[in-house]
Design a binder for this molecule. Structure first.
Ligand code: ADP
Length: 189
């Protein structure tokens, strides 16, 4: 069983690459952003709790996010492997993930960090705004998301780097070339 994390700032291409990775390797995809969006759309008690936070572009508190993640893991005991997308976003989340994996006799094998400059991220999201209409893609909220990334989430990288599990991949270029580079990591080439 191979478990991987796809990591990167908003607009780095995590969603695009995740779709391709799931098809190729049969991962169970766990995207905390998608899960939170599902809860807000369906107006669940959790959705009610996180809606305002998400729409502001801020991170949802660790306690809520980690509990939701654990629930998803428990729903998929037969998974061949997990691809975590948008999780972990803080060091406590990374520690919780390692703990959960260990409890199941497993581990996170690869952390794939997509590297994209801030200017490129902004340009991509401006383009996406016209297509997807995500409430948190508006300029001011996007600024908050980028600040959250560079203020909090980026500290997850040294956590993994120190353990030798980090693979930094250039996230700028043709989608298939980026995908090829990610596959090499997962296939151990
Ligand atoms: P992005 O395009 O910023 O990568 P996502 O779809 O992954 O967006 O997440 C959207 C929002 O959901 C985040 O801005 C945040 O409010 C919330 N969220 C998603 N994952 C997490 C997480 N691991 N920890 C805290 N908040 C999260």
């Amino acid at each position: 069983m191979i478990n991987a994390v796809i990591f990167g700032p908003p607009g780095a291409g995590k969603g695009t690459q995740s779709d391709k990775l799931i098809k190729k390797f049969g991962f169970v995809h766990i995207s905390t952003g998608d899960l939170f969006r599902w809860h807000t759309k369906n107006d669940t008690p959790l959705g009610k709790k996180v809606k305002e936070i998400m729409n502001s572009g801020a991170l949802v508190p660790d306690e809520i996010t980690i509990a939701m993640l654990k629930e998803e893991l428990d729903k998929n005991p037969q998974a061949k492997g997990f691809l975590f997308d948008g999780f972990p976003r803080t060091v406590p989340q990374a520690e919780a993930l390692d703990k959960f994996m260990k409890e199941n006799g497993s581990a996170i094998h690869h952390i794939i960090a997509l590297e994209v400059s801030e200017a490129e991220l902004r340009a991509r999201i401006a383009k996406r705004r016209g297509i997807e209409n995500r409430a948190d893609d508006e300029e001011e909220k996007l600024n908050r998301r980028i600040t959250e990334y560079f203020g909090k989430t980026i500290h997850v990288l040294p956590y993994y780097k120190n353990q030798g599990r980090l693979h930094v991949i250039n996230g700028v270029g043709a989608i298939d070339d980026i995908f090829g580079n990610i596959c090499k990591v997962i296939e151990g080439k």
